[in-house]
Design a protein around this ligand. Structure first.
Ligand code: SF4
Length: 701
């Protein structure tokens, strides 16, 4: 850490802002008289190949800003007041004991995040179930990966973001990018795709709007928001009609194709063109390009997944992969493009309502018995299955959850139907937020616990390839901030469960995680900190210290007991909330290049904030003119649940019946005041990516 007044210090770290986890070196220059300046140098790792995007180049800024919370704070007479850690813990013990006594153990909820390290995610799950004894734990990854994860589990018997290493992408001769804007969300991956194009790949991008990613497309299918499953159905129908099938693969490695064939024969391509807004000709062109290519890869992300049919929509795209046998080979596979920094690891270690570490299931007796054994308790002491993240907000309204412990998340901005969420958070008996900053959620808290930033916090993260990486801590924690794991262990001790939380380092937590995951689907047992220091990350599953993997899954068998993949027959699902005369436009949401998630960190990086300092609504000029909206003017965007005020941004690249608003801002610009909380029936993903809205000028002229 930098201690001298003058001079230079250097620290290595990796960017926290997406699942590539690019490495970098930061040099701090101190003159002794002014604020230090910083130079950031990209460092190669296997995924980033030495690239950094604008977020990574400026990621040191938020961690070093004066806005960091440096000591615990409690709300006393309406004001947040500095208190000691001991007082903070005593307040938690007192409140939790009182609530549990009056309303039962499930009166306390725990809310985690997909940016936490594997160690923190693991410990948070154990903390909820052992230290607090509550079944109510879920996390913001419910909004990120739940559709793709459940689709991967059902289809392949296993969910790991990419079935292939990134280095396979340039070997693909056709690439489908469905509902993913890699150019802005994971920018350093773009060279993999441009390299594939140089090798002759045909790139198909499916998105309602033009983006940096559609710029490399040979074919852009401008689908209506929410109609991705139908579009993939149309492509499957063409594959069937054209005989572009891998019959041997279908016979030997899949089940369900005969049923799918009958289903597809009933579908009408003309009707699908009408539903999706993509012409029959373009659907045919896309399907034939993919079907005829010798190798191919399909990627999905939140555009497909954050729908009320997200689970089945992903399965519809997986059918394309299985019908053509394009998986388990160099240049052939599938990828769910993870958004959060630890979106992959965050969903593996038990901070999800239905899961225990290693992807074990909380309602499976054998899984419960194994994890209870590792934790030194009787399986009967393990709580059962809770509910998904948004459903926890409903439980708060129903007064079943009376206190909420939030770590690594900003639920007020990331949940749909934010007005409802805010009402719930305000009526809680007790809200505790562990954060680096006074986020929108923290502003409502009764108690705030300051946590370390990524540059100070040692731990492992699992990138989108399923490659586990070690991020070392190279700065001292400022003020009185603590690491997540320390806070969880301290509170567990206060709640009388210290014997189960006797950890002295992140590594000691990881070593228990390894054991808890042993024999599970996401098996980390063979991975150690020592190994991660020597190797450039290690892929899971890794059952032993000598186990090595190419990172390519399903080369000869799938993970289901019978070894075969499961093909689904998918309906042409319509969005939950169709447009009408009052709400004639479909809103879709997403990211911009400069910001991450709800912007709590990136809005506090001055370079990133200066580049995109406010939200906006992207709207087609023809649509805007009909509504009397000038470019760069303030508008009110309204749905059945609420309204926001943002600035208009004309774009001829978006569908005329759709508008787009980014998700990085809170308060009056919080797009989730508008979004639809209807949930996918299987994975409980909300339909963020399509709801009916109207847009009107704020100051009509
Ligand atoms: Fe790399 Fe992602 Fe960070 Fe950009 S945001 S530097 S792509 S980890």
């Amino acid at each position: 850490a930098a201690q001298a007044v003058r001079g230079e210090s250097v620290f290595d770290t990796q960017c926290p802002f997406c699942s590539v986890q690019c490495k970098m070196q930061v040099i701090e220059h101190r003159t002794g008289t002014e604020r230090p300046t910083y130079t950031v140098i990209p460092k190669p790792n296997a995924a980033s190949e030495g690239r950094l995007c604008i977020k990574g180049m400026n990621a040191y800024q938020h961690a070093l800003t004066a806005e960091r919370i440096l000591h615990p704070m409690a709300r006393i007479d309406g004001e947040l007041v500095r208190i000691s850690w001991e007082e903070a813990y005593e307040r938690i013990r007192h409140k939790f004991t009182e609530l549990r006594g009056r309303y039962g153990y499930d009166s306390i909820g725990v809310y985690g995040g997909g940016s936490l390290t594997n160690e923190s995610a693991y410990l948070l799950g154990k903390f909820a179930r052992i230290a607090l004894g509550t079944k109510y734990i879920d996390y913001n990854g419910r909004f990120c990966m739940s559709a793709a994860a459940s689709a991967g589990n059902k289809t392949f018997g296993m969910d790991r973001g990419l079935t292939n290493p990134l280095s396979d992408i340039p070997l693909a001769k056709c690439i489908i990018l469905a509902g993913t804007n890699i150019a802005e969300c994971q920018p350093t991956l773009m060279p993999y795709f441009t390299r594939a194009k140089e090798n002759g790949a045909f790139v198909i991008v499916i998105d309602p709007r033009e983006t940096g990613t559609t710029a490399i497309a040979d074919l852009h299918l401008k689908v209506k928001p929410g109609m991705d499953a139908a579009l993939a159905n149309g492509m499957q129908k063409v594959l069937l009609e054209e005989g572009l099938l891998d019959k041997g693969f279908l016979a030997n490695r899949t089940v369900g194709f005969e049923k799918l064939k009958a289903h597809l024969r009933q579908l009408n391509l003309d009707e699908i063109a009408g539903l999706t807004g993509v012409s029959e000709e373009l659907i045919r062109k896309a399907a034939i390009a993919y079907g005829k290519a010798a190798t191919g890869m399909v990627f999905t992300a939140r555009g497909v997944e954050q729908q009320t049919d997200g689970y089945m929509a992903v399965r519809s795209f997986l059918n394309l992969v299985l019908m053509t046998g394009k998986i388990g080979k160099p240049g052939s596979g599938y990828g769910a493009v993870t958004g959060q920094g630890n979106g992959q690891g965050g969903r593996e270690h038990g901070q999800k309502a239905d899961q225990l570490p290693g992807y074990r299931m909380i309602d499976n007796p054998a899984d419960r018995a194994y994890v209870a054994g590792v934790w030194g308790i009787d399986p009967s002491e393990l709580p059962g299955k809770g509910v998904s993240a948004y459903e926890m907000m409903e439980k708060i309204h129903e007064e079943e959850i009376r206190a909420l412990f939030v770590m690594g998340s900003n639920p007020l901005v990331s949940n749909p139907n934010a007005n409802f969420v805010e009402e719930g958070l305000r009526k809680l008996d007790y809200l505790i937020v562990a954060d680096m900053f006074l986020s929108e959620t923290a502003r409502l808290a009764d108690l705030i616990l300051p946590v370390s930033a990524y540059i100070e916090n040692e731990g492992t993260l699992t990138n989108m390839e399923g490659r586990v990486l070690l991020r070392e801590a190279n700065r001292l924690v400022p003020g009185e901030a603590k690491h997540d794991w320390q806070i969880l262990c301290d509170i567990a001790g206060k709640m009388g469960k210290g014997e189960h939380f006797a950890f002295r380092s992140a590594e000691s937590v990881f070593n228990e995680l390894r054991l808890a995951s042993k024999g599970g689907i996401a098996d980390y047992y063979g991975i150690t900190y020592d190994r991660l220091r020597k190797e450039e990350g290690v892929y899971w599953p890794c059952p032993s210290a000598s186990h090595d993997s190419s990172g390519r899954l399903f080369e000869t068998t799938f993970a289901h007991p019978g070894g075969k993949a499961d093909i689904a027959s998918v309906a042409n699902h319509l969005p939950d909330e169709p447009t009408d005369g009052e709400y004639p436009l479909t809103l879709t949401t997403g990211r911009v290049l400069t910001h991450y998630l709800t912007g709590v960190q990136t809005r506090r990086s001055h370079s990133l904030a200066a580049r995109d300092f406010e939200s906006f609504v992207e709207i087609h000029p023809r649509t805007a003119r009909k509504l009397g909206i000038k470019d760069q003017s303030l508008v009110r965007l309204r749905s059945r649940r609420g309204d926001i005020v943002v600035r208009s941004r004309y774009s001829a690249g978006i569908r005329e019946d759709a508008v787009f608003v980014p998700m990085h801002w809170g308060d009056v610009q919080n797009v989730n005041k508008v979004t639809n909380p209807a949930l996918d029936p299987t994975c409980r993903m909300p339909g963020f990516k399509s709801c009916a809205v109207n847009v009107l000028p704020l100051y009509p002229v």
